[in-house]
Design a protein around this ligand. Structure first.
Ligand code: PMP
Length: 444
């Protein structure tokens, strides 16, 4: 007999630890199955998943073609140590070279480990030890990747690993340099040059940035940001690492988000949408110069489960689904529709300060006051209004990701327009509720 929701939750709580949680406050939704954009909980409720779980399940829940490829690989070969060559691994490496324009892939178990290795590879190749990252960034939860992250999630591991230097972000709504579009001189790039000079160009191995910043508020850079950053890296022979763990593999309608800006990084890290979460896998994808370096030099790294054949087979099938079902096209088309709706919300609701989007990678930033831009919840905190909004969405069985004063809309790339419309109506109802509260306060 299938266990009840209570039985599942109590066993989970009694015998397991939940990540990123104060254990006594953990209040997990159960999950027993799913299909497309929906998952099903142990009470039989169907939730519309506009967070794509952790912005990773891009082909949607329980896609039959990915499941079939995993089963086939399991029947043939469940495991091969990473020193062995397998068909799935080679084919996946070849496919990734084709779609990214880079040369070779080093496979990992996920995004954090990919970023650890990207930083290590950059240090080995350049012989330099500093890595410049940005404040509003998240690169993972292992020691190095957590230190490289700029947001408060790194605080508990500080001082972390040495050699991380941080810069400010292209956050145009709240420009860290106090600029407006008309006065902006791309200080978000030029101050990085100043940082390089202060740190010593001969000490800086790499600049590592999220392709498009995800969990710190979906910061879409100005169109010339990347060309300028690429030029800066070239000027000082510094490697450009883009973390495409969240922004890559169809989320914005392209394989790499930087493909929108016409530049090629030296190293790309990937995970999440690489397998849509069906198996754990990440990749460090490097250019020819870096690949050549390791022809005659040791690549110090690799774990027992690196290049796992079942994960590689899942990734190959997942990438095939993207192409066969034209999912990137869907992300672009529905992304354009979503952008229009978001702009409508910005115009209609007092609490909508900013909306940012690229494909199906979108966020609403909520404020208490449009003029002052006072956030609806404090940085690194929450508020009754944000909880009200989240509670409303939950009551509609709409699963969404929210953090501080922001609400993300990042559905699976298979979402239909009807499903998206359902989600957007529920969100608009929630925004109206928030407007009522802040409106009432303003009158008082
Ligand atoms: N980089 C980015 C941009 C991410 O969003 C995440 C996860 N949310 C990671 C790295 C870490 O990846 P993982 O959880 O697979 O280790």
């Amino acid at each position: 007999m299938t266990p009840s929701r209570e039985e599942i939750v109590s066993e989970n709580r009694e015998y397991t630890l939940f990540s990123w949680s104060v254990q006594s406050a953990a209040n997990p939704i159960t999950m027993v199955g799913g299909h497309g954009s929906h998952f099903v909980d142990a009470d039989g409720n169907e939730w519309l998943d506009i967070a794509s779980q952790l912005i990773n399940i891009n082909v949607g829940h329980q896609h039959p073609k990915v499941i079939e490829a995993i089963k086939k690989q399991v029947d043939e070969l469940c495991f091969a140590a990473p020193a062995f060559a397998t068909e799935a691994r080679g084919k996946l490496g070849k496919k990734l070279a084709e779609v990214t324009g880079l040369a070779k892939s080093f496979f990992t178990l996920g995004g954090s480990e990919a970023n650890e290795n990207a930083m290590k590879i950059a240090r080995l190749v350049t012989g330099r030890d500093k890595i410049i990252t940005r404040y509003r960034s998240y690169h993972g939860a292992t020691m190095g990747s957590m230190t490289a992250s700029g947001d408060p999630r790194r605080w508990p591991v500080e001082p972390g690993i040495p050699g991380i230097v941080r810069a400010f972000d292209p956050y145009c709504y709240r420009c860290p340099f106090g600029k407006e579009p008309t006065s902006c001189r791309r200080e978000c790039v030029s101050h990085i040059e100043e940082i390089i000079q202060m740190e010593g160009p001969h000490n800086v191995a790499a600049i590592m940035v999220e392709g498009i910043t995800g969990s710190n508020g979906l910061l879409v850079p100005p169109d010339d940001y990347y060309p300028k950053l690429r030029a800066l890296c070239d000027k000082y022979d510094i490697l450009l690492i883009t973390d495409e763990v969240m922004s890559g593999f169809g989320r914005t309608g392209t394989y790499l988000s930087t493909q929108h800006y016409g530049i090629l990084p030296d190293i790309v890290t990937s995970a999440k949408g690489l397998t849509s979460g069906y198996m754990p896998l990440g990749a460090v994808i490097v250019n020819q110069r870096i690949a050549d370096f390791f022809e005659n030099s040791m690549l110090w790294g690799g774990l027992t489960y690196s290049s796992h054949p079942v994960s590689c087979a899942a990734a190959l099938a997942n990438l095939q689904v993207y192409e066969e079902e034209h999912l990137f096209e869907n992300a672009t088309l529905l992304g354009a529709y979503l952008a229009e709706r978001l702009e409508g919300m910005r115009a209609s609701y007092a609490c909508v300060g900013d909306v940012r989007y690229k494909g199906l990678f979108t966020v609403i930033e909520l404020v208490r006051d449009k003029e002052t831009k006072e956030p609806l919840a404090p940085f690194n905190g929450t508020s009754p209004e944000m909880q009200k909004l989240a509670g409303h969405l939950k009551s509609k069985y709409l699963y969404a990701f929210s953090r501080f004063n922001m609400l993300w809309i990042c559905p699976p790339l298979v979402i239909t327009k009807d499903e998206l419309d359902f989600a957007l109506s529920a969100i608009e109802e929630g925004l109206a509720l928030v407007d009522e509260i802040i409106g009432a306060r303003q009158v008082v």
